[in-house]
Design a protein around this ligand. Structure first.
Ligand code: CP
Length: 317
């Protein structure tokens, strides 16, 4: 595998290779081995057309901990504001020497376009494209589930994961469903009908409109950010109504199993999809997810640039 565009591109073995490699990376960091020489002389470009805190900074930290040089590009403040195209921006960055391009874009399909274009010579990593996919978020979420649920084997097969909220606008939801299905987890999307995408019936998961029915059986509850900026009032209930039916507050969280964890990819709308006291509770893995993001992105860069993905999903079938 040369690029990571979709979580669905990963076979079970490839996904487990990333998660196991991330575990090794985290172990090195814990042993105060902060920097590895692995990618010395390589250049990673962060090409961000959309705002980001966690993803951009953790890719930068991951690349630097592998001794790569990092070029950070934000569309804001660049020649994009003068009308420079995606293609010309990519060609410009490639001319400066990019071994990997980590791309975030508001257009669904932008990462696939870049990977297929030949505009860049190295690996393309999708850091979030529109409402489509965010595969490294799904990997860090799976890594976090493995650590918190199963200190032993880390097997997610049969684990029940509820992904709750604004699925319609969520690239995190789609990538998580694809990856968790590959890993054998049992995923249920929980949302109002107006916040589910057309065609969700064909996704490898169940769908429910009733959060209270799903919570007692869940091992994991993953809340999604309500992306109000992408919505019209016509199909979104009031924030109060949404929170009443789909928000995770302390009363609802009390219905969870003792061992269940609560996740959120961030950024959060505290008081809307998740109450502050739940976000800050022992069950919450939200800060841990951010820390794990660095190890997982180290693993992805290491495996892609080191050529260690030697089996494709197609070959294994
Ligand atoms: N989870 C996530 O993608 O966060 P950022 O938008 O801050 O990168």
């Amino acid at each position: 595998m040369r690029h990571l565009v979709s979580a669905g591109d990963l076979s079970r073995d490839e996904a487990l290779l990333v998660l196991d490699t991330a575990h090794e990376m985290a172990g090195l960091q814990q042993r105060e081995i902060k920097k590895l020489p692995t990618l010395r002389g390589r250049t990673v470009v962060n090409l961000f057309y959309e705002d980001s805190t966690r993803t951009r900074i953790s890719f930068e930290a991951a690349a630097k901990r592998l001794s790569a040089d990092v070029i950070n590009f934000s569309a804001k403040g660049s020649s994009v504001s003068k009308g420079e195209s995606f293609k010309d921006t990519a060609l410009t960055l490639q001319a400066m020497g990019a071994d990997a391009v980590v791309v975030r874009h508001s257009a669904s399909g932008a990462a696939q376009r870049l990977a297929a274009s030949g505009w860049v010579g190295g690996s393309v990593v999708n850091a979030g494209d529109g409402t489509h996919e965010h595969p490294t978020q799904a990997l860090l979420d799976a890594y976090t589930m493995r650590r918190r649920l199963n200190a032993g084997t880390g097997d997610l097969a049969g684990r029940r994961v509820a992904i709750v909220g604004d699925v319609l606008h969520s690239r995190v939801a789609r990538s998580n469903v694809l990856l968790l299905a590959t890993l054998g987890a049992d995923v249920t999307l929980v949302a109002p009908p107006t916040l589910l995408p057309i065609g969700v019936e064909s996704w490898p998961c169940a769908v429910s409109y009733d959060l209270d029915a799903v919570l007692p059986k869940a091992d994991v509850v993953m809340l999604l950010r309500v992306q109000r900026e992408r919505m019209s009032e016509a199909y979104f209930p009031s924030a109060r109504e949404y929170t009443r039916r789909y928000g995770l507050d302390a009363t609802r969280a009390a219905a969870l199993q003792d061992s269940a964890i609560v996740m959120h990819p961030g950024p959060m709308n505290r008081g809307v999809e998740i109450a502050a006291e739940v976000a800050d509770s022992e069950r919450s893995t939200i800060v841990e997810q951010v820390a794990n993001g660095v190890s997982v992105r180290m693993a992805v860069l290491y495996l892609l640039l080191g050529g260690a993905f030697d089996t494709s999903k197609e070959q294994q079938r």
